[in-house]
Design a protein around this ligand. Sequence first.
Ligand code: MN
Length: 491
Amino acid sequence: MKYIPTIGIECHVQLCTKTKLFSEVDNDARGKEPNSCVSPVDYALPGMLPRLNGEAIKYAIRAGRAMNCEINASSRFDRKHYFYPDSPKGYQITQFYHPIIGEGYVELPSGTRVRIEHAHLEGDAGKLTHFKDYSLVDLNRVDTPLIEIVSMPDIHSAKDVHDYCKELWRLMCHAGVTNGDLYNGNMRFDVNVSVAEEGSEKLGTRAEIKNLNSFRSAERAAEFEIKRQTKLLEAGEKVKQETRGWDDATGKTSPQRSKEEAKDYRYMPEPDIPPINLTKEFIDTESAKLPLMPMDYRNLFHDIIKEDVLEVLLDYPQLMNKLGEIALSSHLGHTQGRSAELMVLDGTTSAISLTSNLFTSVLLAEEKSVEYLNDLPSAKDLNELAEMNEKKELSSTATKEVFLHLFDPQMKGRGTKQIAKELGLIQENDLGALEKIVDIVLAKPETQKAQIDFKAGEEKVIGFLVGQVMKESHGKANPSSVQEILRKKLK
Ligand code: MN
């Protein structure tokens, strides 16, 4: 008997708005004292009323459009009741009946499509830290805006779990709606796994593995769960519907609690926040702000950038933006929204190819790469660098050196050519000028023996002579031109 896994994923994305979803306190609590970013609204002091953050609505529209989703013109909030010390309100404000984001899909790099059922806005809960016989509560995260993205059960392998989580992370980062800081829990995945006999029309009983915070643990947890459930079924036992936790260290899931049903939460419409009604113009304006998405870049650059290099670069929206600028700037000004008809400009191919290699092999290898990412050289400077490299005015080593100096605050604004000049890296390609330098070297007593040896068939001394010319030119001569001239003169 063959068993087929069926997997759906819920993902919570923390939005990077300035303030929280219902109050005006700082939404970025990283590195701040516990309970220092909390408004009385967040812990529901009697008499306090929430006020919806309009930015969060705009972010939700962009996030929805990044997943090809319908945006619902009207949506509203509900209260989801539960009692736990991480939420002094006693309920979470979420969207249960009328979410803001409707159906859509995410396309994985492999081409597999995972449909999105819906996505909704909601406030986060606080954080508990447990010690031996007591726990501490930190409410800084209460009502940080989240969108919860609910996929359809379209995933059938642990690898696709990984690829879906990663692509979702990239989409949200490219859309600019989250800091995407997985280490700080900016995106958390709940993976629902069930297994059923091949050909069976009914899905198996599912277990939900909650709060996975990396692509790798989501993949490993799914892998473990598929095996565990398959074993149970093969032994003629039943899978229990439950919530399970994942332990990265042991590589195992274990039961946490039996799954609640909607009725346990006593959902009711949130009376303190009016429904959200969006005009078509508003939705269109926000949708148009969506920059190019990973799939747009794959379509644009598949002939120019090698796939493995491109997949690395796609993790860095700033780098892709810059490549997009090089490829498109001169005829579009800047990229307004998405377009299926985007094409790489003629003549920019070599600049894109060189720059993408410099990004992966030089920039990302630098210790300061995180700083550099937020302060990239202009498209004009990068274009010029590619041009000088292509014309052999800069050797490949010199190209890398000039590239790094483009980030130097002391050299900022001077332009590629000026920097290359100041560093003395421009290669001498003027054959007349090179010939004069070669003549000087050939006239020197210390090269006489080498010249005689070369003429006598001693091939390898050409290297010595080229080296002498390079030295005489202070490293600026183009070595292949030098060799050519030497060979001609020593015939
Ligand atoms: Mn949720």
